[in-house]
Design a binder for this molecule. Sequence first.
Ligand SMILES: [Fe+2]
Ligand SMILES: [Fe+2]
Length: 195
Amino acid sequence: MIVGVHTIEEIHHKLRQNVSSHRYTHTLGVIDAAIYLAKKYGENEEAAYMAALLHDYAKDFSKEQLEEYMRQNNLEVDEIMANAYQLIHGKVAAHIAKYEFNIYDENILNAIEYHTTGRRKMSKLEKIIYLADFIELGRNYIGVEELRMIAEKDLDAAVLQAINNTISYVLSMGGLLHTNTVEARNSLLYRDKQH
Ligand SMILES: [Fe+2]
Ligand SMILES: [Fe+2]
């Protein structure tokens, strides 16, 4: 597959220069999970591959690197992200995907950008990347097996469960909860009510 002027191999190569081997292994797991979910739920597999490949491109950037990147590229973040810098890597990765790797598919870019928070009315691809991040085979935490089981049956229910897990975790850590995450949860619950 060729993306813009970059081959997939070149993107892998650049990714490996920017993330730890642990993160790269995680990324390969997210690719596998995302393609699996794309097949199961009828999403474009190449889009799932690309979004998964790039979702954590900026995850191992330091706080200073992220801030520098934001400054240089006139990227703005809301007040919550400004105070929870670990959420920013999605936005930076989406920008890199577009301007360094010439990916212009908004759905792929949004799946990369919003994988850290979710948001209301997520697209199928956004849901797949959000969920794949939590169920890839390298993940090992209490509740992951249950989440994998739900992911076999119902994409929305699994995303909702992953969001609930995240919210519980953030609260237990006393962290900042992004409003996008609350809105993602609410919009999935509204949808349930409409059925
Ligand atoms: Fe991430
Ligand atoms: Fe990730």
